[in-house]
Design a binder for this molecule. Sequence first.
Ligand SMILES: Nc1ncnc2c1ncn2[C@@H]1O[C@H](COP(=O)(O)OP(=O)(O)OP(=O)(O)O)[C@@H](O)[C@H]1O
Ligand SMILES: [Mg+2]
Length: 302
Amino acid sequence: MSAATEGGATASLADPVVTIEDFSVDYLGAMTAHAVRNINLTLGRGEILGLAGESGCGKSTLAYGITRLLRPPALITSGRASFHPREGGTVDLSTLRGKQLRAFRWDKISMVFQGAMNSLNPVINIQAQLEDIFITHRPRMSRRDRVRTSGDLLERVGVERSRLKSFPHELSGGMRQRVMIAMAMALGPQVMIMDEPTTALDVVVQREILDEVTRLRAELGFAVLFITHDLPLLLEISDRIAVMKAGEIVELGAARNLYTAPRNDYTKRLLASFPSLTGERGDFIRTGVADIRLTETDQEKV
Ligand SMILES: Nc1ncnc2c1ncn2[C@@H]1O[C@H](COP(=O)(O)OP(=O)(O)OP(=O)(O)O)[C@@H](O)[C@H]1O
Ligand SMILES: [Mg+2]
């Protein structure tokens, strides 16, 4: 969240990787819920965009909607989400079907969901699960390359290569979640959507994984839509933050601005609900990153 990052966030908007326009989702039923309402949002290439908001405000519905993972009774009632590949052109995500959509999901846009660690197959070792991605999506890759790349991926997320031979139950929750992140990165996607990817983990492990994600983002240049109700965490890792309430984006801005000069009442309440941000020790965000220290005037505004 240095000045450079803020500048970067602005610059990246001129080069969007995902645009969401007028996007709405209902859950049909006796009491139809308008879970996502006319959302407009742009994810810049290489940007970390945080999406915050209380439980039930529609964050996951939006993520599932973009990636076309919604099932009835959910219905997209308006708008669209488009992907703008690095290679040029625009893909309207609503037009993808079947095999095309599955291929697209891992290759271009990948996802890590809360509790994803429990979706590893318990009877297959980590190597086979990583290799599977390459067998499906990179059929010409040699076995040797698959094994080497799978090991490289594990090391990238801070898991020893020797763990390739482990089965999921032999790994800790944090390790399994890292394996899921490794899988999501396997094909070098341009976008990663992470919905509460570390919420189930203790803070130390969570911190390690987030450091890894931000480091890899810098190295590999993918964009991240990072969803969590943990606003302090978002303030640390995001370039920009969107605050969602009852299906709508109520405020969107550079992370630093959102913290120092929130405009929306709900954002102010959300910030105030984290004593670590607004209490006595709230003059800097958890890590104490020097450049987001506040002046007294700033603090009055919070
Ligand atoms: N399958 C479903 N059928 C009916 N309503 C649903 C369904 N799934 C979600 N909803 C409703 O849609 C709204 C948005 O839910 P969603 O899961 O997107 O919220 P969220 O912001 O991700 O919350 P959390 O932080 O708890 O994960 C909620 O009001 C929820 O009750
Ligand atoms: Mg959710």
